[in-house]
Design a protein around this ligand. Structure first.
Ligand code: PEP
Ligand code: MG
Length: 581
């Protein structure tokens, strides 16, 4: 058994299908022979044209099925095909002679994939998958390989790849893929998002997995625990069968109550909202029983677009989500890009310390045109249903005032232009920076509400990069300093009579739920698939008891002790939660 990073929950067992990017394709490339330059260059161009046609078709299909934001993934892959630098490099390799089109293409993909794959920024690393994906598509065309014929012979397949590749994955999902296992990847890669959207169990970070499997092997995975078995024996299969049955009963039970409000055992009402990033998530959120959208991460729209979306495009995108979620509210967060996470048209100079640099609202202030356009679009779309506007990474009270001034300016403009909008949209901020947390009372004199973004708050309180696997012990949601900071924010908001929610990952983790309720949080916002689970955990606990435990936790000195205390309690009240969350 090997253990990787669980990316999408569920159990899958099936025949190994070595995906593109696997060693079979590499082997075939090595055995190609070169013709003259003209022939190889024409073959390469023809393959690129065919790949572009395939991608254009895919864009249309995905747009119809999932929406504009997901279709943009494949639009950006089309842009890679048209990239002049990549084309020039391949031409130069071929001109040197004695190299096949396949080899030229494979070496350029490898070079760019490696370059981006080793970038510090998670977004850029995820783009390495796009380069490889589009490259493998063209390679497959060149090699005249029909992967689908292979898959047609199998009953169930588990796609095994060096890296998760979005377009190939979509093709597989339409067929018989039961799960996905990869060597490289992250929770934020496009393919991981697609797996979760489609409910396909997936595990990533399984080191050298391609060297451990052959076509025809059986592979099993548990996407909740990250376990992977190659050619599992009967004992393992029986165990997985048992887990599956147990979880399916559990899911049915959770699903039967997903549309009911979440009340603790002592009848305290907790609101459970959803975090979304694409239009399709809005529909899923409603189906999962979410009581609204607590965080709409709009940057996804920008990151995948070839150009920045204009005001009209944004109005229409936000409107679709707001209408889907109405009569419940949609909380739209303004652009949260930063560091190297730059879409075209918003590039800034490289910074030595991107997480402490020009990111998020700081970047928005540098680009008032982009910022105001987004605010105008949100105010206009808000006319179609309950909407809240939220600013990320606010540090000082002055920043919050400045952002609110821009909202007021936008309202005045819209009024002058006679454009319908909602002038009463509540304006809030995310508490992600310790400075903002410490100043919560003053912040609340300006803001209508707050939402604690624990993903960033933890990294800044603990001074531990949220993407650095070496710092997992320090990057601790249950560290006493983190709990004290949250308590300070919750108390401050309560004093000011303003609502406070938590929308970071912590709100979706079982021990996080126990601690947050105890600290006085009454509104959580979590990934759509976690809504029924979080509601189930809430129903298992007593608010009074959690308050007592939080008081105890705040007297402890170490995150490990606090975790043990909450873990013991979870085992008593909802031991099932660890398997499904
Ligand atoms: C957070 O920081 O907790 C948050 C929700 O924002 P993001 O994860 O998008 O940075
Ligand atoms: Mg954040």
């Amino acid at each position: 058994m090997q253990r990787g990073i669980p990316v999408s929950p569920g159990i899958a067992v099936g025949r190994v299908y070595v995906c593109e990017g696997g060693r079979d394709l590499r082997h075939q490339v090595e055995h190609t022979t070169a013709h003259d330059f003209e022939t190889e260059w024409l073959r390469l161009q023809d393959a690129a044209r065919r790949a572009d046609r395939e991608l254009a078709k895919l864009v249309e299909e995905v747009r119809a099925e999932l929406g504009d934001a997901e279709a943009a993934i494949f639009e950006s892959q089309r842009a890679i095909l048209r990239d002049g630098a990549v084309e020039k490099e391949m031409r130069e390799i071929l001109e040197r002679g004695g190299v096949s089109a396949e080899k030229a293409l494979a070496s350029v993909i490898e070079k760019y994939g490696r370059m981006l794959g080793s970038a510090h920024d998670e977004y850029l690393r995820a783009r390495a998958a796009d380069i490889r994906d589009v490259g493998q598509r063209s390679l497959s065309i060149l090699l005249d390989e029909d992967q689908d014929a292979l898959i047609a012979r199998e009953e169930h397949v588990v796609a095994v790849a060096r890296e998760v590749i979005p377009s190939r994955l979509l093709g597989l999902l339409k067929q018989k893929v039961a799960g996905v296992v990869t060597d490289r990847g992250s929770r934020t890669s496009h393919a991981a998002i697609l797996c979760r959207s489609y409910g396909i169990p997936a595990v990533t970070g399984v080191t050298q997995v391609l060297d451990k499997v052959s076509l025809g092997d059986t592979i099993a995975l548990d996407g909740s625990t990250g376990e992977v078995w190659v050619n599992p024996d009967k004992k393992v299969l029986d165990e997985l069968c048992r887990r599956r049955q147990e979880r399916s009963v559990l899911w049915q039970e959770l699903a039967s109550k997903k549309h009911l409000p979440a009340l603790t055992k002592d009848n305290v009402r907790i609101h459970v909202n959803a975090n979304i990033r694409i239009f399709r998530d809005a529909h899923t959120a409603v189906a999962a029983g979410a009581e609204g959208v607590g965080l709409f991460r709009t940057e996804f729209m920008y990151m995948n677009a070839r150009n920045l979306p204009d005001e009209e495009e944004q109005v229409s995108a936000y409107r679709s989500v707001i209408q889907e979620i109405a009569p419940n509210p949609t909380t739209i967060r303004t652009l949260d890009l930063g560091g190297d996470k730059m879409p075209r048209g918003l590039e800034t100079p490289r910074e030595p310390n991107p997480f402490l640099g020009l990111r998020s609202i700081r970047l928005s202030f540098k680009r008032p045109d982009v910022f105001k356009t987004q605010i105008r679009a949100i105010l206009r779309a808000a006319e179609s249903g309950p909407t809240k506007l939220m600013f990320p990474l606010v540090t000082t009270v002055d920043e919050m005032k400045r952002a609110c001034d821009i909202v007021e300016q936008a309202k005045r403009e819209l009024k002058q232009e006679d454009l319908p909008h909602d002038p009463n949209v509540p304006v809030g901020l995310m508490i992600e920076v310790p400075a903002a947390a410490l100043m919560i009372e003053s912040m609340m004199a300006v803001a209508d509400f707050a939402s604690i973004g624990t993903n960033d708050l933890i990294q800044y309180v603990q001074a531990a990069d949220r993407t650095n696997p070496q710092l997992v012990d320090l990057y601790d949601a249950l560290a006493p300093a983190v709990l004290w900071t949250i308590k300070h924010v919750v108390d401050g908001c309560r004093k000011a009579g303003k609502a406070v929610a938590v929308c970071g990952e912590m709100a979706a983790r079982p021990l996080g739920v126990l601690s947050l309720i105890g600290l006085g949080v009454r509104e959580l916002s979590v990934g759509t698939s976690f809504v029924p689970v979080v509601k189930g955990i809430i129903r298992s606990l007593s608010c009074k008891e959690m308050t007592r435990l939080a008081e105890k936790a705040l007297r402890l000195d170490s995150g490990a002790e606090i975790e043990k205390m909450y873990h013991d309690v979870l085992m008593q009240i909802a031991p099932w939660a660890e398997d499904v969350a």
